[in-house]
Design a protein around this ligand. Structure first.
Ligand SMILES: [Fe+2]
Length: 270
């Protein structure tokens, strides 16, 4: 499906290559320069996405399915194979959580004229792919980023990093920051400087709308995460950011996101 290397792939590849070098361990100055290059490249790709989104609105208004074209994304079938391989390496509820996140993203994208349902599904499916190598916390974001970049899927790599930061601040992550000092420096700078695309925001929202058992109320997922990983002074601002995302998507959809998630009442109150 979306593997157009001419519309952003080169920039994303630069970001991936630079990031790989960065997290390998170099001087603080080099890290900062490399993050700047990586974010600049990602911003260029994001700008193209936003422009395409704006362009495609006209098509949508004419009744033509629009969909934002994204580079560096496998097909849904490939994504499920990648997830299945990861499950063999590290089985756990995170796999079903990924599948339900993918279904939530696809359902919402089906009703959103700027989003492509299959791309949304793939991003949801692979957003936690960094968990393939074992139990980890913050580290799963950067592991996923490096893994997807190595496979040439830069669009997914970006989601592996951005999905954990609806509030663009590394300190909003309340779990264990099990990364090297260089990785933390890279993450802090990347998250602090990136401008989120609609797909980044979609997966940030959907990650908070699911349990491994199915779709659920945002509040249930938030409390579940807080009980397992704790809270800090940025937890409430992070929740507010997620509620703002829900409102943003509902303004575009013209309905509640909950209406697009079948079985949500049963999962929430089970
Ligand atoms: Fe997730």
């Amino acid at each position: 499906m979306h593997t157009d290397k001419t519309a952003g792939g080169a920039a994303d590849k630069t970001a991936g290559a630079v990031a790989d070098k960065t997290v390998g361990g170099v001087s603080a100055r080099s890290v900062d320069d490399a993050v700047g290059n990586a974010v600049d490249a990602a911003e260029q790709a994001g700008g193209r996405l936003r422009n395409k989104s704006a362009d495609s609105s006209a098509a949508g208004a004419m009744g033509v399915p629009s969909g934002v074209k994204v580079t560096g994304v496998p097909t849904a079938a490939e994504a499920r194979l990648i997830l299945a391989e990861a499950e063999r390496l590290n089985p756990g509820p995170w796999v079903q959580h990924s599948i339900v996140t993918a279904e939530a993203a696809r359902n919402i994208a089906c009703h959103h004229r700027e989003l492509d349902p299959e791309t949304a599904y793939v991003f949801g499916c692979l957003h936690d792919i960094g968990r393939r190598t074992g139990v980890s916390h913050l580290r799963h974001t950067i592991d996923g980023y490096k893994f997807m970049n190595k496979r040439g899927y830069e669009g997914c790599a970006r989601i592996c990093l951005t999905h954990s930061f609806p509030l663009p601040d590394l300190e909003s992550y309340s779990g264990n920051k099990d990364c090297t000092a260089d990785e933390l420096t890279f993450l802090r700078a990347y998250v602090g400087r990136i401008h989120y695309t609609l797909y980044d925001e979609l997966i940030q929202l959907c990650d908070s709308l699911v349990t491994p058992q199915g779709f659920c109320l945002l509040e249930k997922r938030m409390v579940d995460v807080a009980l397992r990983y704790g809270v800090n002074e940025l937890t409430v601002p992070k929740w507010q950011a997620v509620f703002a995302l829900k409102q943003k998507f509902e303004d575009s959809l013209g309905c509640s996101v909950y209406e697009l998630l079948p079985g949500i009442a049963e999962t929430t109150f089970r």
